[in-house]
Design a protein around this ligand. Structure first.
Ligand SMILES: Cc1cc2nc3c(=O)[nH]c(=O)nc-3n(C[C@H](O)[C@H](O)[C@H](O)COP(=O)(O)O)c2cc1C
Length: 218
């Protein structure tokens, strides 16, 4: 089957309108589209262009069911147990809003329904103490998210399953030195919009030559 025409959205528009998408339909994603998305992702950067990565595409309901339980545990521990407190908190420029909490909760409860999952995996990472290790894959991961958006597919970079990495490794048949760097559930969004993510103002987080030397934007 031919790959459907991607949305001709400009790069900058896509950068400004690709939030986490967590309400996803179970509608299948054609393999051709998965290939096109991953082919864009692997154009991303890695140290020395070593590309010590692998991309595990999961559609198997048994694997999903197992991992979804682990994810749910992580969700309950990190956020679910503070549900009332988070929902009652006033909105701020950072942290989860009420809306994003509810969306993240929805994903935690419906993760297995996302038709395609992708685990970005790094080799020689399992025992690495390098604090910048992730920089050799997260550029490519963001490319994956943006490429998915071009095909109308939403994604979220997630990590709440990660306390079970030791059990996940044999489940996915990963080499001993490999580490999953995230889990991206992909699907066609059923709720929400492609809209500008809420962030602290760029002037507040930009430092000119020295930390603390902020400027007004001209
Ligand atoms: C390292 C990392 C881990 C994340 N883990 C999760 C996760 O486990 N579950 C989830 O729903 N979102 C997860 N997120 C998504 C963030 O919550 C999201 O990027 C942030 O709230 C901004 O969302 P927005 O772009 O929609 O504004 C993660 C993001 C990053 C970068």
């Amino acid at each position: 089957m031919p790959v459907p025409e991607p949305d001709p959205v400009s790069i900058l528009e896509a950068l400004h309108s690709t939030p986490a998408r967590r309400y996803l339909s179970a509608e299948p994603i054609p393999d051709e589209v998965i290939w096109a998305i991953l082919d864009a992702a692997v154009r991303g950067p890695s140290g020395g262009n070593r590309q010590n990565w692998g991309w595990v595409v999961v559609t198997d309901p048994e694997i999903k069911g197992q991992v979804a339980g682990w994810y749910r545990e992580g969700w309950d521990r990190a956020y679910g147990s503070r549900r009332e407190q988070i929902l009652a908190a006033p909105p701020t420029a950072d942290g989860l809003t009420r809306q994003s909490f509810l969306a993240a909760e929805h994903l935690a409860l419906h993760l297995a329904e996302a038709p395609v999952w992708i685990f970005p995996v790094l080799r020689r990472a399992a025992d690495s103490g390098n604090p910048r290790l992730g920089s050799s894959i997260y550029g490519a991961v963001q490319q994956l998210i943006l490429a998915a958006r071009a095909y109308g597919i939403g994604a979220t970079l997630t990590t709440l399953y990660a306390a079970h990495e030791a059990e996940l490794r044999p489940l996915l048949g990963l080499p001993d030195d490999a580490l999953t760097m995230g889990l991206l559930p992909l699907g066609y969004p059923v709720r929400g919009r492609w809209s500008q993510p809420r962030r602290r103002p760029v002037e507040e987080v930009t430092h000119w030559n020295r930390w603390g030397a902020t400027r007004e934007r001209s």
